[in-house]
Design a protein around this ligand. Structure first.
Ligand code: GDP
Length: 193
């Protein structure tokens, strides 16, 4: 997809604030600092529309980005920060559940993981959570540029195996630094919009 228009619609904390515009939505989930904002920015050719390095303690919001007036990327707050309190974690869980349960126009989820490392226990939990909602899942395995070419395939297999991916789930090796994987990521997403 050639992105000619990308804008933030709203940072929502509750369903009352979700856009009334029911165009298809692609939710983006991932561990904090995994490279989710960099992924969004690379996909839409913008340097910093999606905030990078969001720190814990800030209000956790669902950020809706409208792309080419045809679909929304919905940036879900990251997980896996050790310092987050129990209350914050519960609020986060509630917000996610409300969104995933209520949103009928949600058509697929992209789970961003770090291709360098085995997916974490939190990544596995998030994958299972998304599967529970019967969503098609595209795994974006980012930081591809950090892995030698001859090791990439084994890292992809490690990711598939650790997450316990179903055969229909797609893995896209990706680099926000070089743009590798961008066409493949768009092809995967375009099936659902
Ligand atoms: P977020 O918290 O998931 O939104 O993560 P960010 O997008 O802020 O990225 C966290 C850090 O990882 C930043 O320093 C990015 O520059 C870096 N980063 C993200 N994606 C890549 C990538 O594909 N390759 C490399 N080398 N660094 C990346």
């Amino acid at each position: 997809m050639k992105v000619t228009k990308a804008e933030i619609v709203i940072s929502a904390v509750s369903k009352k604030q979700y856009p009334s515009d029911l165009i298809p939505e692609i939710a983006l989930a991932g561990r904090s600092n995994v490279g989710k904002s960099s992924f969004i920015n690379k996909m839409i050719n913008r340097k910093s529309l999606a905030r990078t390095s969001s720190k814990p303690g800030k209000t956790q919001t669902l950020n809706f980005y409208k792309i080419n007036d045809v679909f929304h990327f919905v940036d879900v707050p990251g997980y896996g920060y050790a310092k987050v309190s129990k209350t914050e974690r519960e609020a986060w869980g509630k917000m996610l559940e409300e969104y995933f349960v209520e949103r009928d126009n949600l058509s697929a989820a992209a789970l961003v993981v770090d291709l360098r490392h085995k997916p974490t226990a939190d990544d596995i939990t998030m994958y299972n959570f998304l599967k529970h909602y019967e969503l098609p899942i595209i795994v974006i395995a980012t930081k591809l540029d950090k892995i030698a070419k001859n090791k990439r395939e084994s890292h992809v297999q490690q990711t598939r195996k650790t997450l316990g991916l179903a055969p229909e789930d797609i893995v896209v090796p990706f680099s926000s630094e070089t743009g590798e994987g961008k066409d493949k990521a768009w092809k995967a997403i375009e099936q659902f919009i």
